[in-house]
Design a protein around this ligand. Structure first.
Ligand code: GLA
Length: 744
């Protein structure tokens, strides 16, 4: 790994064994991109790759010359208004009303390691030899502002991390109305764009389209990254598969409004931009002030989509997630939400916990409804103290009883929200986000607290910290169940209202940071009506997230499969719930529900085990034993998607331990079929020289097979009942088989 600067041509080359990223200072002092992809030789001048030639209807930089037009050049961080008519990365409004800028190269700095970003989530290093960083400072004389582009390359990860910082050295305030975290101009447009879209309860379903001239983009303007679009996109070559070919991944390490965009221009150059959504964004940069963008990651794979996902998984898991729980397996939990909703008291909860403990569950989580007057959706949010009618001994009393059972205790919070029917709102009606003289919209009868105001964050911190200091709490589920409307803050002047969405997220991050610092042992799980804020930003604070409110196994197959493109298994909360399922009224076998949930690092149950039949309880005991045995490989293994559930009746995937000694293979069949064909599953990532003993989860012995055999000839996964006449005990729809491989 290294970062090379060639004085002649002023060329920067960031490289490791696998990838190269090359750009240079162009003749006009701005930066131009030369290459991003598989590693190419260092100590070589690539500046002749800068393509510029006469193009009709262009605007040219130099008088009497017709060859240098910003509109036709591949740039690093483009601005609008001086010849480039494509969508820019930056826009700065000045006192005289102009938005024209010209940031040119001033200096650069190359150093070992990677600096943290103040107040923002970012990937990090533990030792400076893990990565190298390049900071290029550009300066605009007219507005006396600096723009610092930062690039980090990791030694053993195919990723470039980028961010941008603006510093106003001048006398006039500037308004940054657009500041993307990265821009990358690729030389052609032969890519399929793969986005992960959906809705509440059906998050992150892959959707693909081929790039075309014009703009294709996804984003969120909801104040959260959202269920609808996820701040992660893949560009793959049309012939790239899960195992072969090249692909580029774009990950935004941020939880608020975002946009990821590809603009294909008239010469088939593709401009990628990733950053805070410019709609409603206007950051006032006073003289002397600094504005820091969030981080964006560009991943490159020449080993297909699995290779790309594996790079993202390892990076997010090892160098984005922090704290005690980063490398630890997470406790098997039980959450009371679908078991009781708001209908519980202390004894009922303890009954649920006791049964769960008997089955081997390690953590009891008390969900919504434990505080203040919270008996339903209409009241209580904002008042973080125990409801003494339900919990006469407070949270401390309940926590003590749960602890006595030998379990850990966890609690639900929704810190960013308030109901109008609450003491907090009655005392501070101006603390919600609302526009003067306009009616504030509600979502689930609740309003968003103005987290752009430090005193609001303080007040919530004080209430939460009191409970956490008083009772022994091991886990927090941090929920967020509505998006921001009528955005406006009573605390800021008119010319700073465009900062509120971003300041809100900074407030959320600051609350997390304070709680993590004071209570470093707590395991946080983020949640936003399920997966409405499942993003890399959140993972910096909470190592796992509730993947979706939909706990139906057949839907979870798709949701977890889609999520796996960008995010590690360790980050996914996955629970077994009762049937008929509460979201869909569908019944799936208990085995399938367990098998699918095993593939989330936050495995657990969302039901009252007391209500299961003895046979089901026995099966649950076995599942919990299996979850404990398999969580090491789930959290630290290498994941391979084998066959997708969107276009196939049978979906398959597997996870292999880093030493290749163990693997788990999941074979899920959506609809049963009569007299079905033979079926083979071609495995990946095994040691071709090893012999694996294959068993099924329920103990069936499937013999000894070579790694080479399993990868090339395939694992026989034919349904052993295929061809039999249906009887009552034959497998029906939504069936699952889980194979366990152990090397001899
Ligand atoms: C959201 C969460 C659920 C549950 C409820 C409680 O919908 O996603 O898991 O916590 O809130 O109100």
């Amino acid at each position: 790994m290294g970062i090379e600067f060639l004085e002649e041509g002023r060329q920067f080359h960031l490289y490791n064994d696998d990838i190269s990223y090359v750009f240079h200072v162009m003749r006009n002092g701005q930066l131009g991109n030369l290459y991003f992809g598989k590693r190419i030789a260092t100590n070589r001048d690539y500046t002749d790759r800068e393509e510029h030639s006469y193009r009709p209807v262009s605007a040219y930089t130099y008088d009497h010359e017709y060859s240098f037009s910003l509109g036709d050049l591949r740039q690093e961080y483009p601005a609008y208004g001086t010849g480039d008519f494509r969508d820019p990365a930056v826009e700065i409004k000045q006192e005289n009303g102009s938005t024209v800028t010209n940031f040119t190269y001033q200096k650069h700095r190359i150093f070992a390691g990677k600096p943290r970003l103040d107040g923002l989530p970012a990937t990090y290093v533990e030792n400076n030899d893990e990565a190298m960083t390049l900071e290029v400072t550009l300066h605009d004389d007219v507005i006396a502002a600096d723009m610092v582009l930062t690039y980090t390359i990791y030694a053993n990860r195919n990723v470039i991390a980028r961010n941008v910082r603006f510093i106003n050295h001048g006398k006039q305030p500037l308004h940054i109305t657009k500041a993307m975290s990265l821009a990358l101009d690729l030389p052609d447009s032969n890519y399929d764009w793969l986005q992960f879209s959906g809705a509440w309860a059906r998050e992150r379903q892959p959707k693909a389209r081929h790039l075309q001239q014009g703009i294709q983009a996804i984003g969120s303007t909801r104040g959260a990254s959202s269920h609808m679009q996820n701040p992660f996109v893949i560009l793959k070559r049309p012939n790239t598969t899960e195992d072969l070919g090249t692909a580029i991944g774009l990950t935004f390490v941020y939880s608020g409004n975002f946009r990821i965009q590809a603009e294909v221009d008239t010469y088939d150059v593709t401009r990628l931009t990733v950053g805070i959504h410019p709609q409603n964004f206007d950051w006032k940069l006073n003289p002397g002030a600094v504005f820091q963008t969030p981080e964006a990651l560009i991943t490159f794979s020449h080993t297909g989509l699995n290779g790309l996902s594996q790079t993202n998984h390892a990076l997010l898991r090892e160098r984005l997630v922090r704290g005690k729980w980063r490398d630890r397996n997470r406790p098997v939990l039980i959450n009371n939400w679908e078991a009781t909703y708001f209908d519980f008291d202390e004894d009922k909860l303890v009954q649920i916990a006791k049964k769960a403990r008997d089955c081997g569950i390690e953590l009891f989580v008390l969900d919504d409804g434990w505080f203040s007057t919270r008996n339903g959706e209409t009241s209580g949010l904002g008042d973080w103290w125990a409801n003494r009618d339900r919990l006469p001994n407070g949270i401390k009393g309940l926590a003590t009883r749960v602890k006595k059972l030998g379990m850990k205790f966890g609690l639900w919070f929704e810190p960013e929200m308030v109901n109008k029917d609450s003491e907090l709102y009655r005392n501070h009606p101006d603390w919600i986000i609302q526009t003067p003289h306009r009616h504030p919209s509600h979502g689930r009868q609740q309003y968003v607290l103005d987290f752009s105001r430090p005193e609001v964050v303080d007040a919530i911190y004080t209430m939460m910290a009191k409970i956490l200091a008083d009772a022994d709490i091991d886990y927090i589920k941090w929920d967020m169940n509505r998006n921001i409307t009528e955005v406006y803050s009573a605390a800021y002047p008119a010319d700073q209202q465009g900062e509120i969405f971003h300041r809100y997220i900074l407030g959320v991050y600051s609350l997390y940071e304070r709680l993590i610092n004071r209570f470093p042992d707590i395991l946080f799980e983020s949640c936003a009506s399920g997966g409405g804020r499942f993003d890399a930003g959140m993972l910096y604070y909470a190592p796992q997230a509730w993947t979706s409110d939909c706990s139906d196994a057949a839907e979870r197959v798709k949701i977890q499969y889609g999520t796996s493109y960008g995010y590690p298994l360790s980050s996914m909360g996955a629970h077994v719930s009762i049937t008929p399922n509460h979201q869909l009224n569908r019944s799936t076998p208990l085995k399938t529900r367990g098998d699918i949930a095993f593939f989330g690092g936050g495995f657990g149950y969302e039901l009252d085990l007391n209500k299961l039949t003895p046979a089901e309880q026995k099966a649950v005991n076995a599942q919990i034993r299996f979850a404990k045995q398999s969580r090491e490989i789930i959290n630290h293994g290498i994941f391979y998607r084998l066959q997708d559930p969107f276009t196939h009746n049978i979906a398959t995937w597997m996870v292999v331990s880093p030493d290749k000694r163990h693997a788990l293979v999941e074979v899920y069949k959506m609809l049963n079929d009569v007299n079905a064909p033979f079926h083979l599953t071609y495995l990946r990532g095994l040691d071709s020289k090893a012999q694996y003993h294959v068993t099924e989860e329920e103990g069936q012995d499937c013999g000894l097979h070579g790694g080479d055999e399993l990868m090339n000839a395939g694992l026989i996964t034919t349904d052993e009942q295929a061809g039999q006449v249906a009887t009552e005990d034959i497998k029906g729809d939504f069936s699952s088989r889980l194979f366990i491989l152990d090397a001899k």
